[in-house]
Ligand binder design. Structure first.
Ligand SMILES: Nc1nc2c(ncn2[C@@H]2O[C@H](COP(=O)(O)OP(=O)(O)OP(=O)(O)O)[C@@H](O)[C@H]2O)c(=O)[nH]1
Ligand SMILES: [Mg+2]
Length: 328
């Protein structure tokens, strides 16, 4: 009986508007949202924006392109008013990420007008620049291999984390891949540019192909479209996009032949990539003689070659921007 009495008394006291009851009530009302905020901000990643990965050999212009998209044509080399042209880049040692937005309410998108795109019509995404040096490429490749199509924290450093604002890193869905190529270097037949560019492209496409073959379940993510961006078309020595395409396809055929010969004792000893599946190291359709980018459709990989330039006079970077915008 006495316990019921005390409960009753407590209940009555809690309904009596005394100062202590009011202050406890206020504290609960004010504190709960704050506590919930901290719980959710700790468990939800900083951002779930989709991402686009920039890859390609060293010197192709990846960092220059990232800077152009981030800062706009004001930093264009041609603009005499700008003391620091976009072209002044250093070879990259680590990946870097910027947040960009594509506007969806204009039929003709250009990175210039999208620079200040905000609001409901702006689709935000992360553009990730990776180093092209052969010794640093494995970072980009390892992340492409991930079957969940996500970029894992070691590659994706959120802008807030870069500024040291805490807010750790997150997973982001990879939506597209831009493989930048120096079209002027490819024109020089004496240089090793064509073979080294094609080697890297082969590895990138093979990684995506393997990812497709290893996907599990019907809910597996679709594969990533690839844009081969033939850069530096401002230079008169540069190969036009159609030639870049055919040169790369020819070189990829050659690499495929060489690699298939030496597959058993080749450098495929990377551990996890050795799957034992027949034809694992073979890029594209089995049995085809000449490689063509169209073969990649079989693995849900769309490959498109588009020319452009980051600095100087030429077609510019708008077509690439449009391509990215359509895939975000
Ligand atoms: N003429 C010309 N030069 C360009 C163009 N785009 C980039 N460059 C130059 O190419 C050089 C290399 O550019 P980066 O952006 O540093 O190359 P990257 O791909 O980031 O290279 P890594 O960081 O080593 O992987 C720079 O000197 C740029 O000025 C272009 O469209 N035309
Ligand atoms: Mg760079």
């Amino acid at each position: 009986m006495s316990t019921i009495d005390t409960l009753k008394a407590a209940f009555e006291a809690s309904l009596t508007p005394t100062p202590s009851v009011i202050s406890i009530g206020l504290a609960i009302v004010l504190l709960i949202p704050i506590i919930l905020h901290f719980i959710f901000s700790a468990t939800t990643p900083y951002t779930t924006l989709p991402s686009v990965l920039l890859v390609g050999p060293s010197g192709a212009g990846k960092t220059a392109l990232l800077t152009l998209f981030e800062r706009g044509p004001l930093y264009h080399n041609n603009n005499p008013a700008v003391p620091t042209p976009v072209a002044e880049t250093h070879t990259s040692q680590t990946p870097s990420t910027v947040e960009l937005a594509v506007s969806t309410d204009r039929p003709t998108t250009t990175y210039r007008t999208d620079l200040d795109a905000t609001g409901a019509t702006a689709k935000k995404f992360l553009l990730i620049d990776t180093p092209g040096h052969p010794k640093l490429r494995r970072h980009a490749l390892a992340h492409l291999a991930s079957p969940s199509a996500t970029i894992t924290p070691s590659l994706l450093v959120s802008p807030a984390a870069q500024k040291g604002e805490g807010a750790e890193t997150s997973k982001s869905k990879l939506k597209a891949l831009v493989f930048l190529v120096d079209a002027a270097a490819l024109a020089d037949t004496d240089s090793a540019a064509l073979s080294s560019t094609a080697e890297y492209l082969y590895d990138v496409l093979l990684t995506l192909q393997r990812r497709f073959l290893r996907r599990s379940g019907s809910r597996a993510p679709s594969n990533v479209p690839v844009l081969v961006a033939a850069n530096k078309l401002d230079l008169f020595t540069a190969l036009p996009a159609a030639l870049v395409k055919s040169q790369l396809e020819a070189e990829l055929s050659r690499i495929r032949k060489t690699r298939s010969k030496g597959l058993l004792d080749s450098g495929e000893a990377d551990g996890e990539v050795v799957g034992g599946e027949e034809g694992e190291g073979w890029l594209g359709a089995v049995g085809s003689d000449k490689f063509s980018f169209k073969e990649m459709v079989e693995f849900d990989i769309e490959v498109e070659v588009i020319g452009g330039n980051v600095v100087g006079d030429g077609p510019g970077a708008d077509k690439w921007w449009k391509w990215i915008g359509e895939r975000i």
